[in-house]
Write a protein that binds this ligand. Structure first.
Ligand SMILES: Cc1ncc(COP(=O)(O)O)c(C=O)c1O
Length: 432
């Protein structure tokens, strides 16, 4: 039986509450039943491009929007939105009861099991947080680091996984070294060069290595497991991966890995409600990290990643809906999803390479690229291009304007259409 699809009977069997508890869970179970039938009506395992494109009707995106910005923030599928609204309604019908009733433990644990199934790890290694930034704040203040220890990452690291280290370094006495990622050469990078880049930077002082599975600017997919293994072989104690852009987009497996910590923000590619995060902490290092906030539960949850959670008053409707978002995501096998995204990447990339006014700024090899790519409109300011294409044509894309980048970031999901991409190139021809 899939953990993503526990039947009502199995669920009731799993919970060890009395009849009062069951009564309280009745509304929850009704929502689950409605959701399960709504989910069954959504075509699973799409085969053709048309099958994928048809999935757009299960989202609330406006008709006049071409949404190429799933990397900033995902859009929640309608069945998940409905379940989310219903959880909120039930919780608000008796806020006290539905916030702290012990009966909510099993539904919450069910979400944890689903998250563990997506990450391929043990449920006890998953903490349900608020976002990726929280996870890195936890590490920066809670890892046993001091004078002589170095935290290392590159300039491609997201601020949410970077700034906290500088902030806490002063207090704890460790140092932070941020090296330049060869952004301008990204289109020529190979996996070996990527590994070599980190290999050359890791020193005998490096105690923590942080890198993104997939960065948010140009979409360099890091060879996570090879890099983690390399770091460990060179004496790095903790390998922490920022998986904000990966989970829900690419297959992720933390089982056979030297990765110690992995954080993600399910509001992006898992299309969950905003304000809920996932954090994997390998069992063997859990006791080495000081929790960021402590209240009751530290003893009870000892030996599990739950000690890193805010287990007081929390965003229960969002937490429960995360489980449904995962179930929705799992309707498409991870490999099938990747194949569709790769097809769109290839389609878009070939058109960019053939276009005289456009320049591709992301890796050219799919194994180190992903559904997050950067394109430059030569001679135009990316922020102006993005504004114009949104106002005139409804394109939603994130512009980057830094000392190294003047790009539009394209982050399509599986239901985005080749025809929408064609409209992008037509718009470039029309306006520039
Ligand atoms: C690679 C990466 N890391 C971290 C973050 C921060 O995510 P959050 O704001 O959900 O903590 C983002 C958000 O865009 C991201 O793309």
């Amino acid at each position: 039986m899939s953990t993503a699809n526990v039947s009502r009977r199995d669920f009731i069997k799993q919970i060890s509450t009395g009849s009062a508890g069951l009564l309280m869970l009745e509304p929850f179970l009704r929502i689950r039943e409605t959701f399960t039938s709504a989910l069954a009506a959504v075509p699973s395992q799409p085969q053709t491009a048309e099958d994928f494109i048809q999935l757009r009707r299960y989202y609330s995106l406006a008709d006049d929007v071409i949404y190429f910005n799933h990397g900033s923030i995902g859009t929640i599928p309608k069945p998940v939105q409905k379940a989310h609204e219903q959880y909120l309604r039930v919780c608000e019908s008796n806020p006290w009861l539905y916030m702290w009733g012990g009966e909510w433990e099993e539904p919450r644990e069910e979400v944890r099991r689903k998250a563990a199934a997506v990450l391929h790890c043990q449920p006890d290694e998953v903490a349900i947080t608020h976002n990726t930034t929280e996870a890195f704040n936890l590490l920066a203040q809670g890892l046993p680091l001091g004078p002589g220890d170095e935290v290392l990452f590159s300039s491609i690291n997201h601020p949410g996984a970077s700034i906290c280290w500088f902030h806490h370094a002063r207090k704890h006495g460790y140092t932070v070294r941020r090296f330049d990622f060869p952004m301008a050469r990204a289109a020529k990078l190979t996996e070996d060069e990527l590994l070599d880049l980190y290999d050359r930077q890791i020193s005998s002082k490096t105690r923590v290595l942080v890198f993104p599975y997939l960065d948010n600017m140009i979409g360099v997919r890091h060879p996570v497991h090879k890099l983690a293994k390399l770091a460990k072989a060179k004496g790095v104690r903790y390998v922490a991966v920022d998986g904000a852009q990966a989970v829900g987009m690419l297959p992720v497996s933390l089982k056979p890995s030297a990765v110690d910590v992995f954080a993600t923000s399910p509001h992006k590619w898992l299309q969950a409600p905003k304000g809920i995060g996932l954090l994997f902490v390998r069992k063997s290092i859990q006791s080495e990290i000081h929790p960021m906030w402590v209240t009751w539960g530290q003893e009870r949850w000892k030996g599990t990643a739950r000690i890193f959670e805010d287990y007081g008053t929390r965003n229960m409707p969002e937490l429960l809906a995360l489980g449904d978002a995962i179930a929705f995501n799992m309707r498409i096998a991870a490999e099938k999803r990747e194949a569709r995204l790769r097809h769109l990447w290839q389609f878009f990339r070939q058109r960019v390479l053939a276009h005289p006014k456009l320049e591709w700024r992301s890796p050219q090899h799919w194994p180190i690229s992903a559904s997050l790519y950067a394109v430059e409109v030569k001679g135009q300011k990316s922020t102006d291009v993005a504004r114009l294409l949104f106002e005139k044509e409804g394109f939603v894309m994130r512009p980057f304007a830094t000392s190294e980048l003047n790009t539009l970031r394209i982050t399509p999901n599986v239901f985005c259409a080749e025809e929408e991409m064609e409209r992008f190139f037509a718009a470039i021809d029309r306006y520039f």
